[in-house]
Design a binder for this molecule. Structure first.
Ligand code: AOF
Ligand code: ZN
Length: 371
């Protein structure tokens, strides 16, 4: 009985650590968002999440909060503590110096500088280490970082807001608003947990969007706005350029694009990233690689139909968040994804439905790439 309740206590503290880690999503890139809870004699004496920008890591902050109480404590951490010298000392050293008794880790760090060596180091120092508690939940929180580390690209979520027949605008170009306020709030929440939001230049020219997360208190640092704009057609008067000093605006342009234009956009405070060209526009796979190199782990793609089609065609979409309004527009409306040459059903990218949520009159369905 005693051990069953101890296991329940472990699980409940790890759930708190995971909740902390989820709060940091979107703000800790290029680092993962990690949650840490320090428990002594059944009482929580320290808790922390990785700071905005990725440093300090969670453990030293939680240990500092615990102070002397860390001696002999159990530490719950959603990711294996790091053992490398980066811009901050290794978290393993902080745990050893604090003389904690036990460290419970949810998942191993995929970063090759750590990857098992953090847990080894703690064990060598005589600390009891247990791995794997709530590993699936922790892996979900870590998915962006894992994607960037192991695949060299961010985790890509495609967000679509359409009619039941998958239309995003009428043939006359009217698109605001297809879904209602609760669905639009949920879409903002998706931005809240993304490191960056990406749109094509067509969306910028049509809607002049701001692409910020307008839910007060939701995130500590602004979301990065990314525009796929191969020939840098975004006008200097666009909101994304004018507000580049308040929130980062990045433009993925085709290598060799008009240097004078690129200089003017950069002068306004935006970042211009050159990417190799493709038949139409830029090579999006290389665009994603460039974003990962710049530190982005979680990318939300918001439109439009051309970008969606190109990403789907190249198998670059990991998840879809599809908001459906209970309305039908007909085939002359603009499609969520333009044609991308599917002739055989076996060529279609397929997804698995993970969740369906009613949102006011609308509905959100969440899909994940089928294995
Ligand atoms: C932890 N706790 O809260 C986080 C960790 O560049 P640095 O020195 O900040 O190190 C970044 C690496 O540290 C990152 O790649 C990942 O392996 C790990 N992140 N580790 O112990 C934390 N955020
Ligand atoms: Zn660390």
């Amino acid at each position: 009985m005693a051990s069953a309740s101890a296991a329940g206590e472990d699980e409940s503290h790890m759930r708190s650590a995971l909740a902390l880690a989820r709060r940091g999503l979107g703000g800790t890139w290029p680092n993962p968002s990690v949650g840490c809870v320090v428990v002594k004699d059944g009482r929580v004496v320290g808790r922390a999440v990785t700071a905005p920008g990725g440093r300090p890591h969670a453990e030293p902050t939680a240990l500092a909060m615990a102070g002397e109480a860390a001696l002999g404590a159990t530490v719950y951490v959603t990711l294996e503590p790091c053992c490398h010298w980066g811009r901050t000392p290794p978290c393993t050293d902080a745990l050893i110096a604090a003389d904690v008794a036990r460290v419970v880790v949810a998942v191993c760090d995929p970063d090759p500088r750590v990857n098992g060596k953090g847990c080894d180091r703690l064990r060598e120092a005589g600390i009891v280490v247990e791995e794997g508690l709530l590993a699936a939940e922790a892996a979900e929180v870590l998915a962006g970082f894992t994607s960037r580390t192991l695949r060299g690209r961010p985790l890509v979520t495609l967000k679509l807001a359409t009619t039941l027949d998958g239309r995003i605008a009428t043939h006359a170009g009217e698109s605001q608003w297809i879904t209602g306020p609760p669905a639009r709030r949920a879409a903002h929440a998706l931005r809240g947990h993304a490191d960056a939001v990406l749109v094509g230049v067509g969306t910028v020219l049509a809607d002049d969007p701001e692409l910020t997360c307008r839910i007060p208190g939701f995130r500590a640092s602004p979301v990065v706005r990314v525009v796929v704009d191969s020939h840098l057609r975004t006008p200097l008067t666009a909101k994304l350029v004018r507000t580049a000093g308040e929130a980062p605006s990045w433009f993925l342009v085709r290598s060799g694009t008009d240097p004078a234009r690129a200089a003017a956009v950069a002068e306004a405070g935006a970042r211009v990233i050159e990417v190799a060209g493709a038949a139409a526009g830029i090579d999006l796979k290389q665009g994603l690689t460039a974003l990962a190199e710049a530190g982005i782990t979680r990318l939300l793609v918001e439109g439009g139909g051309q970008i969606a089609a190109a990403l789907l065609r190249d198998d670059l979409v990991d998840r879809i968040a599809w908001f459906h309004a209970p309305a039908v527009m007909g085939g002359d409306g603009w499609p969520a994804a333009q044609g991308f040459g599917v002739a055989l059903l076996s060529d279609m990218p397929r997804f698995v439905c993970r969740r369906v949520v009613p949102l006011g009159a609308d509905m959100l369905s969440e899909f994940e790439k089928a294995a």
